[in-house]
Write a protein that binds this ligand. Structure first.
Ligand code: MG
Length: 254
């Protein structure tokens, strides 16, 4: 495992990139409405990123072991889909859906990563609670991510907050980010206090809890990318890129 401590110059660029990413994702989230296709949202996202002088990091991204490159700029995962949903012309959003928008960009050679889950029109109270709690889980993870703490402290904080009220996706995790879109260390959304990689000021990481109304278990859809819940329950996902400091982490994607 090799953790990259970012230089002042890199941090400054990633800070700028994070602001751009946050601005783009806010605009994409506002576009989410009944009867829009996920394909249209992807095209809109792509154009906004280019307009900002950045590059979509997920387009044609092919991690080790992936059967094919990711074919779009943004991952859009609806309802029981957790992450890595591929936008298509036939996927039309409808009232009551919940939609995870996960976006990475490359700006001046450096990467940032950010996700939100948003409602389509009016959603059920149960789904709204899932969104609120997943967002809260991210905030708690960020609170735990301070210089001198460990990756296990972050996972432990999130897992304790969730307290078995939801399934926690265990096969996917947060990660270092910046020079590459996915760097060491991996940051599971569960863990033991004091265990794992120590957090050092100057590290930049993405924390991203994924919570399911039902069980933890996940499966890959026929498109070979989309990850969904085995039990069909709905799932939410929130993510920020943050800078580790001596004290409170600095949220870079806002
Ligand atoms: Mg990520």
């Amino acid at each position: 495992m090799s953790v990259i401590i970012k230089t002042k110059e890199q941090i400054e660029i990633i800070r700028e990139g994070g602001k751009i990413l946050a601005k783009v994702l806010v605009r994409v989230a506002k576009k989410v409405a009944p009867s829009i296709s996920t394909f249209e949202l992807d095209k809109y996202t792509h154009d906004l990123i280019i307009e900002e002088g950045a590059t979509p990091a997920f387009l044609n991204y092919r991690p080790d072991g992936a059967p094919k490159p990711f074919p779009a700029s943004i991952c859009i995962s609806v309802n029981n889909e957790i992450v890595h949903g591929i936008p298509t012309k036939t996927r039309i959003l409808k009232e009551g859906d919940i939609v995870s928008l996960d976006l990475g960009i490359k700006y001046k050679g450096l990467f940032t990563d950010h996700a939100v889950t948003v409602p389509v029109g009016k959603i059920s109270k149960k789904d709204q609670k899932l969104l609120d709690d997943t967002k809260k889980a991210l905030e708690i993870g960020i609170w735990a991510a301070r210089g001198g703490a460990t990756v296990g402290d972050i996972g432990h904080a999130i897992e304790s907050f969730v307290n078995r009220k939801y399934g926690i996706v265990r096969e996917l995790s947060g990660h270092g980010v910046g020079v590459k879109i996915h760097e060491d260390p991996y940051i599971p959304n569960y863990g033991k206090k004091g265990k794992g990689q120590k957090l050092i000021p100057g590290m930049i990481v993405a924390i991203e809890p994924m919570l399911n109304i039902g069980k933890d278990d996940i499966t890959v859809a026929d498109d070979e990318w989309t990850i969904k819940t085995v039990d069909g329950s709905r799932s939410a996902h929130f993510e920020h890129t943050i800078l580790i400091t001596e004290g409170d982490a600095e949220i870079l994607t806002k």
